[in-house]
Design a protein around this ligand. Structure first.
Ligand code: SME
Length: 150
């Protein structure tokens, strides 16, 4: 597990004073991705039209460019506004396999002020059951501190 307190501090100091969503996403996904070997793909999908997610800054191999809210783990997070912790992607109906190596996923909704949905953070692992509730809680807090006031 990453040293979440130091990851949070690093992200806070790197992003201080920045309000551009893409600049923030690029910095946050870079820092998260390199904080733990379990994270094989780390990136954002942004809400760019009603019910549509489009690829944002990411680290790892190429991702799908467009994901409707109706599809996949990212779509479920965007639709419900709830964190999706998926220990086995093969057991998730409608999972979108951008990389066949992905075994488990953690997808968090990203909110601005007034719970405006900005997008989702998608972390994929080639390891089965890679993610814990601790990861979810720590990452949720980091996202709230970076994007919650936008
Ligand atoms: N994990 C996603 C697809 C995105 S790519 O794997 C980067 C999903 O099923 O929503």
């Amino acid at each position: 597990m990453p040293d979440y307190p130091s990851l949070a501090r690093r992200i806070a100091s790197l992003t201080e004073g920045e309000t551009d969503e893409v600049a923030l996403m690029a910095t946050v996904c870079c820092e998260i991705h390199h904080s733990d070997d379990r994270f094989d793909w780390t990136g954002f999908y942004r809400v760019t039209a009603p019910q549509v997610l489009k690829i944002g800054p990411y680290q790892g191999g190429h991702g799908c460019l467009v994901i409707p809210f109706s599809r996949g783990v990212c779509g479920a997070a965007a639709r419900s506004g709830l964190i999706q912790l998926v220990p086995d992607v093969d057991a998730f109906p409608g999972h979108i396999a951008c990389a066949s190596s992905t075994r488990s996923e953690l997808v968090l909704p990203v909110f601005g002020t007034g719970r405006r949905l900005i997008g989702v953070l998608d972390i994929d692992s080639d390891r089965p059951d890679a993610f814990t509730q601790d990861d979810a809680h720590n990452l949720e807090a980091i996202l709230a501190s970076v994007f919650g006031h936008l």
